[in-house]
Design a protein around this ligand. Structure first.
Ligand code: ADP
Length: 630
C-alpha cells in the first residue's frame, strides 16, 4: 500500500512537476517573445534614429561596431576594427579630449559618465562629421573596466543647423540695425524667434526685450500667432513670398518671407523682413496723381535726359507731334526740332545748367507729317535730391493758331501804321513851317498852340515807329546795322529831343566823355528814347531824370533813372513782355500799348545785351543795360 501510496504520490508529484515545467516553458516562451519584441522595437528605434552601437573590451582591446555604427564612420560592414583605427579616425583636434573622457569613464576611481560630442574623419570619403557618443562602463570584481558599451549618432546636420542659425542671427541682427525703418525676424522650424531686431520693433508691437528662443504665441498672443501661423508655415515649407500689411495706425508695411536653406536645400530657418513703405506709398500715390494730370493735360509734356534722349511722352505730345510714345521714347528730341534750330537745344541746356527756368520760349517744331508748328516751351530742370540736374522736363503748347492770329493782327497794325506815317509826316512839316513863321511874327498864343501840336505829332510819330518796329520784329525782319559811334553824343542828342516833350522834369546828363561803341545807332537811340519817354510818362509830378553812362571793366553801363511812381517786384518780372502794362490806379490814365519795353529788350537782345530794372514804389526807377566798349 505504502508502495502503492508512494507510487501514487510519486505519480502525482511527477505530473505536477510536468505541469510546472510546462508553465515555466510557457513563461520562457512568453519572455522570449517579449524579449524578441523588445529587441525588434529597439532595432526599429535604432534604425529610425540611425543609432549605432559599439562594444569595447578595455582589457583585451577588442571592439565591435554595429552596422549602423560602421555606416556612421563610413566603414564597410565586413571590415574589422580595433582601438587604433578608432582613435585614428577621431578628428585630430578632438582626439586628446575624447581619449581623456574615455580614460575618466573607465577609471574605477573616477567613473565619469561618458557622453561626448566630437568630430570624426570618415573612413571612406575622409569627410568630417560630428557625432555624439554615449556609453556605460561595466566594472568586474577587481574593479577593472571589463566592458564599455554605448551608442553613437551622427549629429552633423544638427551642428550645421546650429552654426547656420547662429551665423544668420548675427548677420541679420546687423542688417536690421543698418536698414532704417525695418524689422528682421528669423524663426526656426518650430517658429521660435532666433533673431528679432530693428527699429520697427516697438511700432510693430514688440517691446525691446530679448525674444531669442521664445515662441511668437508667448511673445505676442496665441491669437496673433494663429493669425500669422500660415505665413510661417509657408516660408518653412520653402516658399518665398511677400505680403503688404496696413497697421492700425495707418502705416503700410511690406513683409518679405524668405526660407533659409543649407546647400543641400534643407530649410533650417525662415527670414522675415518687414519694411515701412508708408512714404513710398505716399510717393506712389502722388506719382499716380501726377501721371494722371500729365496724361490728361492739353499741353505736350515731355521729359528727356541731359543728352536729349526722350524718357516720357504724354498723350498730348502724341496729338501735337503725331508720334506715339513707343516711337519717341529712347529717341533724340532733335527728331522734332527743325534743322535750322538744332543749335537751340544746346543753348537751352546751357541756360538750365545755370539753374534758370526757361518760360514761354517761342520756337518752331516739326510734326511727323513735316508740318511746322509754332510752340511755346516752358522748360525746367529735373533735379535729384542732392540738387544735381539729372534731366529736363518740357511743356510744349501748340501756339500755331495763336501765332497766325497775331500775324494777322501785326499785319493789320503794320499796314495801318504805314498808312498813317505818310500823312503824319506831311502834317508835322506843315506844323513846323507854321511854327517857324509864327515865331517870326511873335503871336505867343499861336506859337504855344503850334508847339503843342508839334509835341503831340512827334509823340505820334514815335508811337507809329514803335508799331512798325514791332511788326518787323515779329516777322523776324528786324536787322541790325552796326557802326562805330560816340555814345555820349547820342545820349545828349536823345535827351535834348526828349526834353522837348516836357517842361515839368529836370534832365541831368552825366557826362563821361567820349565812349566809342559798335552798335546800331538808330536802334540804341530808340532804346534811350523809349526809356526817357517812360521816365517822363511815369513821373507825373515831374522831378529829376538822370541819363548817363559809366565804364565798368571793358563795358559801358547806360542808365536812365527817375523819381516817378516806381514798379512793384511782381510787375518788374513781366515788364518786358509784349503788351504788358502795369495796372494800378496811379497810372491808369496814362496811355500806352505796352510795347516800348518789349522793343527795348528785343533790340538789346540783338546786341547781346539785356535790359534790367531797379525800382521802388513811390521812390523811382532805374533802367540800365551794358554794351561793349570798342
Ligand atoms: P507803355 O508805356 O506803353 O505802357 P512800356 O512797355 O514802355 O509800355 O512799359 C510797360 C509798363 O512798364 C508801363 O505800362 C508802366 O506801367 C511800366 N513802366 C515803364 N517805365 C516805367 C517807369 N520809368 N516808371 C514806372 N513804371 C514804368
Amino acid at each position: 500500500m505504502p508502495i502503492h501510496d508512494k507510487k501514487t504520490t510519486a505519480s502525482i508529484s511527477h505530473s505536477e512537476q510536468l505541469k510546472e515545467l510546462q508553465e515555466k516553458l510557457a513563461q520562457y516562451e512568453q519572455r522570449e517573445q517579449e524579449l524578441q519584441d523588445r529587441e525588434a522595437r529597439l532595432e526599429m528605434a535604432m534604425d529610425v534614429t540611425q543609432l549605432g552601437t559599439w562594444d569595447f573590451h578595455p582589457l583585451t582591446g577588442e571592439i565591435n561596431w554595429s552596422d549602423e555604427c560602421k555606416k556612421i564612420y563610413g566603414l564597410a560592414a565586413d571590415i574589422p576594427i580595433n582601438l587604433n583605427t578608432f582613435t585614428d579616425h577621431i578628428y585630430p583636434n578632438d582626439r586628446d579630449f575624447v581619449m581623456e573622457e574615455i580614460q575618466k569613464a573607465t577609471d574605477p576611481a573616477v567613473r565619469k559618465k561618458y557622453d561626448v560630442t566630437f568630430r570624426i574623419v570618415r573612413f571612406d570619403d575622409h569627410s568630417t562629421r560630428w557625432i555624439r557618443a554615449k556609453g556605460k562602463v561595466y566594472f568586474n570584481n577587481n574593479s577593472q573596466a571589463g566592458r564599455f558599451i554605448g551608442t553613437v549618432v551622427d549629429i552633423t546636420e544638427k551642428k550645421l543647423n546650429e552654426a547656420a542659425v547662429a551665423k544668420s542671427e548675427k548677420l541679420f541682427k546687423s542688417i536690421a540695425l543698418s536698414i532704417p525703418k525695418s524689422l528682421i525676424i528669423v524663426i526656426d522650424k518650430e517658429h521660435r524667434f532666433v533673431t528679432i531686431e530693428g527699429d520697427l520693433m516697438v511700432k510693430m508691437g514688440y517691446d525691446n526685450e530679448n525674444y531669442a528662443g521664445k515662441h511668437p504665441a508667448e511673445v505676442t498672443s496665441p491669437e496673433r500667432y494663429e493669425a500669422t501661423r500660415h505665413l510661417y508655415e509657408r516660408v518653412m515649407a520653402g516658399e518665398k513670398f511677400s505680403v503688404e500689411r496696413k497697421s492700425d495706425t495707418g502705416e503700410t508695411y511690406m513683409v518679405h518671407f524668405i526660407p533659409l536653406t543649407h546647400e543641400d536645400g534643407e530649410i533650417y530657418a525662415g527670414l522675415i523682413i518687414a519694411l515701412d513703405i508708408s512714404e513710398l506709398k505716399v510717393a506712389e500715390e502722388k506719382n499716380a496723381k501726377l501721371a494722371a494730370i500729365v496724361d490728361s493735360s492739353d499741353d505736350a509734356i515731355i521729359s528727356k535726359t541731359l543728352e536729349g534722349i526722350i524718357t516720357s511722352w504724354n498723350n498730348s505730345a502724341e496729338r501735337t507731334f503725331g508720334y506715339t510714345a513707343e516711337e519717341m521714347i529712347g529717341q533724340s528730341i532733335l527728331k522734332i526740332v527743325p534743322e535750322y534750330l538744332q543749335e537751340e537745344e544746346a543753348q537751352i541746356l546751357a541756360r538750365l545748367r545755370k539753374g534758370e527756368r526757361v518760360e514761354h520760349f517761342e520756337t518752331k517744331r516739326v510734326r511727323k507729317n513735316e508740318q511746322l508748328l509754332d510752340i511755346s516751351l516752358t522748360i525746367s530742370p529735373v533735379k535729384d535730391p542732392q540738387g544735381n540736374i539729372i534731366g529736363i522736363s518740357k511743356i510744349a503748347r501748340d501756339i500755331t493758331e495763336k501765332k497766325q492770329e497775331e500775324t494777322r493782327k501785326n499785319d493789320f497794325i503794320a499796314m495801318v501804321s504805314h498808312e498813317l506815317k505818310t500823312p503824319l509826316t506831311s502834317m508835322r512839316s506843315y506844323i513846323q513851317v507854321l511854327l517857324a513863321k509864327e515865331k517870326k511874327e511873335g503871336d505867343s498864343f499861336k506859337i504855344n498852340a503850334l508847339t503843342r501840336a508839334d509835341v503831340q505829332s512827334k509823340k505820334m510819330t514815335i508811337m507809329i515807329q514803335d508799331f512798325l518796329n514791332l511788326a518787323k520784329l515779329e516777322e523776324g525782319k528786324i536787322s541790325i546795322h552796326k557802326s562805330l559811334f560816340d555814345l555820349q553824343e547820342l545820349i545828349e542828342e536823345i535827351a535834348s529831343d526828349a526834353q522837348f516833350f516836357t517842361s515839368n522834369h529836370i534832365f541831368h546828363i552825366q557826362n563821361s566823355g567820349e565812349i566809342l561803341i559798335n552798335a546800331d545807332r538808330d536802334k540804341i537811340g530808340q532804346v534811350l528814347m523809349n526809356l526817357l519817354s517812360n521816365a517822363i510818362k511815369y513821373s507825373p509830378k515831374g522831378g529829376n531824370i538822370i541819363i548817363g553812362c559809366e565804364k565798368t571793366n571793358g563795358k559801358v553801363e547806360i542808365f536812365v533813372s527817375d523819381e516817378g511812381v516806381g514798379i512793384c517786384r511782381e510787375d518788374q518780372k513781366k515788364l518786358f513782355d509784349r503788351f504788358y502794362r502795369v495796372k494800378n490806379d496811379q497810372i491808369k490814365t496814362i496811355s500806352g500799348f505796352g510795347i516800348g519795353l518789349y522793343l527795348v529788350s528785343e533790340i538789346l537782345r540783338y546786341h547781346d545785351s539785356k535790359i534790367e530794372v531797379e525800382s521802388e514804389e513811390g521812390v523811382g526807377s532805374k533802367f540800365y543795360f551794358k554794351l561793349d566798349i570798342q
